[in-house]
Write a protein that binds this ligand. Structure first.
Ligand code: GAL
Length: 650
């Protein structure tokens, strides 16, 4: 795993650059990301470029032995550009333009802005593409940050109509796909169609799903334009984009397919504070972050691209959550090593030095604003030393696959049918249950090859495609299907023969009724003498082959909850987290997997032959029950202190 840091030479006097570069190299840093917000310095006036200062910055860092990751600056178009082309601004759903003065103020569909992006990226890649210090490129910065995927500008409207024409060819196909006969929504031509915004009550869900698909495709093609230029002018350099946490507004699998390495920006404390979890949970993990949130995204983004990494790792308090606590001592190291344990190729801290001005002046760095070391500085150095004990190992596929899909997430978001229910949340909850059993997990798209997995979990994927259905039907793996799987067609209809649609034969059942449950409702199910609890969702099913279906658990009224037909399990309700761990443990053991009851704070991850253990809690934990006698420790030992990391070969 390479270590990196995000650096903004334009924020600091030039005579400090050499000091910074040497300090970075001494700390054990391998590469530096920069440039992604510097358009106004690269091109202060239209077509007047000033690269000289950036040449010197790159040369200074390169001379210290550091590799350079160059960000294209298209997330921050300068003021002169916006003034020349005001209709490039993205618009909110009432058509109001978003204004200049922060960042990401562009519409992905604006042809003129696209041309400007190609121009600045061509200039930049031609100038630096073959520089020996340049090792990687990052396209733009965090597509979608600050709610910027959907735009309702004129440019977006017209691009949407073109997109619909390509998808449906004739308007009658669109009318039937969207069911526009309902409420007299029928269209006579593609030019009559608006974006699904500011309607009186909810817009047509098929219309909304197509708008999301369109908006996502705009991101894919925007990114691809930059990727193509970089590949032309900077051969042999890797290309990445930095994704975000809990963010699903575009299809990361599709963007990831054009990248060499998917990276993401990991802010464990900021995310926890912003997330809709109960206050008590925020308190428990206040300075550590949620024990599964980081790992979940590592595994999700590993499934998006051949390699993956963390481009921005939180080093201390951030500025953007309602409350911004400091990490527990040791946590910056733990988060960094956890990325390693999940097979990261790059771990880069954001940022090198806290800026004393502008929007993020309260955001910590490895250095304080006065240039002295902040608490994370020593932890970063410790990570570099730790890495010398863990060499020559890379990740191998896990035995458990969880299938996640962006279209599925949009489908649930557009029509949740139960407040707070969405595919990302369901996937995360299934993932938490698996992690609490000590299992390593891959989170994969529907198209992934699944033959080598022992257990495959579908946590409510509404649109199951043919490829996945066929793989599951012809495979030998244990499959666990959770409620809402196969509940929609790709046109957002209920399948003709009802859910679970293409998995009906595999599961041996038909879902005939669904209901969502208020948060206060808990339905008890008795399984092997233990009571487990169903929350949020409940389905009624009819069995295709009652004599071949084993009913492992029933609701109090006798209706089936947990059904098993051969190697396929189906649950007709959503389990609360502790119950999910118990039930998944049973399924995992049937799939031949070894599990551990880890409790809340301890987490394990397998990296090749090495097992890692992480303590997210505030008490020292003993690893007695999980470490085999033959183990040889490369990091830590049997007692794992708070924020402690251990790693062993066995
Ligand atoms: C990220 C972004 C960075 C910086 C950081 C602050 O979302 O990519 O530029 O703003 O957050 O935590």
């Amino acid at each position: 795993m390479r270590l990196g840091v995000c650096y903004y030479p334009e924020h600091w006097p030039e005579d400090r650059w050499t000091v910074d570069a040497q300090q970075m190299a001494q700390l054990g840093i391998d590469c530096v990301r920069m440039g992604e917000f510097a358009w106004s310095r690269f091109e202060p006036e239209p077509s007047v470029y000033d690269w000289a200062w950036f040449d010197r910055a790159i040369d200074t860092l390169h001379a210290a032995g550091l590799g350079i990751i160059l960000g294209t600056p298209t997330a921050t178009p300068p003021k002169w550009l916006v003034d020349r082309m005001p209709d490039m601004l993205a618009c909110d759903e009432h058509g109001r333009p978003r204004r200049f003065g922060s960042r990401r103020h562009y519409c992905f569909s604006h042809a003129g802005y696209r041309a400007e992006c190609r121009r600045i990226v061509s200039e930049m890649t031609q100038r630096y593409g073959r520089h020996p210090g340049v090792v990687m490129w990052q396209t733009d910065n965090e597509y979608g940050c600050h709610d910027t995927i959907e735009s309702y500008s004129d440019a977006a409207q017209s691009a949407f109509r073109d997109w619909l024409k390509r998808r449906y060819t004739d308007i009658q196909s669109l009318n039937s796909a969207w069911g526009t006969v309902f409420w007299s929504q029928e269209y006579r031509s593609f030019d009559e169609i608006d974006a699904p915004a500011a309607t009186v009550t909810e817009a047509n869900p098929s219309h909304r799903l197509d708008y999301q698909r369109f908006a996502s495709d705009q991101v894919v093609s925007f990114n691809r334009e930059q990727v193509d230029l970089i590949r032309t002018h900077s051969p042999g350099r890797e290309i990445t984009h930095n994704f975000m946490g809990a963010f699903t507004a575009f299809d990361h699998h599709k963007v990831g397919a054009d990248l060499d390495l998917a990276t993401w920006d990991s802010y464990p404390l900021g995310f926890l504070d912003l997330s809709p979890v109960p206050e008590e949970m925020k308190q428990t993990w206040l300075r550590q972050g949620h024990p599964d949130f980081q790992a979940f995204h590592h595994d999700l983004y590993r499934g998006c691209s051949p390699k993956w990494g963390v481009m921005e790792q939180q080093p201390g308090p951030v500025n953007w959550a309602p409350y911004n606590p400091a990490p527990l001592p040791g946590m910056v190291r733990l988060w960094s090593l956890e990325a390693l344990a999940h097979g990261a190729d790059l771990l880069s801290w954001f940022r090198w030095r806290q800026a004393p001005f502008a929007q993020e002046h309260m955001h910590a760095g490895l250095l304080r604003p006065d240039g002295e070391a902040a608490p994370a500085f020593d932890e970063a150095g410790q990570v570099a030393r730790d890495l010398t004990h863990i060499d020559g190992t890379h990740t191998t596929p896990a035995k458990v696959a969880v299938i996640f899909d962006y279209e599925g997430q949009w489908t649930h978001m557009i029509q949740p049918q139960g407040a707070g229910m969405d595919l990302l949340r369901q996937t995360f909850e299934a993932y938490m249950a698996l992690r609490s059993l000590g299992l390593s997990v891959d989170i994969l798209p529907q198209s992934a090859a699944l033959a080598d997995y022992a257990l495959i979990i579908l946590p409510g994927l509404p649109i199951v495609d043919e490829t996945l259905a066929q793989q599951l039907t012809s495979g030998q793996q244990t499959v666990l299907i959770l409620p809402r799987t196969g509940s929609k067609t790709d046109q957002f209809h209920i399948p003709d023969a009802l859910p679970p649609h293409r998995l009906q034969d595999l599961a041996g059942l038909t879902v005939t009724r669904v209901e969502s449950l208020r948060p206060s409702i808990r339905e008890t199910v008795t399984w092997q003498g233990t009571e487990i609890e169903v929350v949020n969702w409940r389905e009624t099913v009819e069995l295709a082959n009652p004599e071949q279906t084993n009913i492992l658990a029933r609701f109090e009224d006798g209706s089936p909850f947990w059904l098993q037909q051969d190697r396929v399990h189906y649950m007709t309700g959503w389990l609360e987290p502790f119950s999910a761990s118990l039930a998944f443990d049973h399924v995992a053991k049937q799939a031949g997997l070894e599990t551990h009851a880890l409790g809340l704070s301890l987490r394990l991850r397998q990296l090749g032959e090495i097992t890692f253990a992480f303590n997210y809690g505030l008490e020292t934990l003993s690893l007695d029950t999980v470490v085999p006698e033959t183990a040889r420790f490369c990091l830590g030992g049997l007692d794992l202190p708070p924020a402690g990391v251990a790693a062993w070969r066995s």
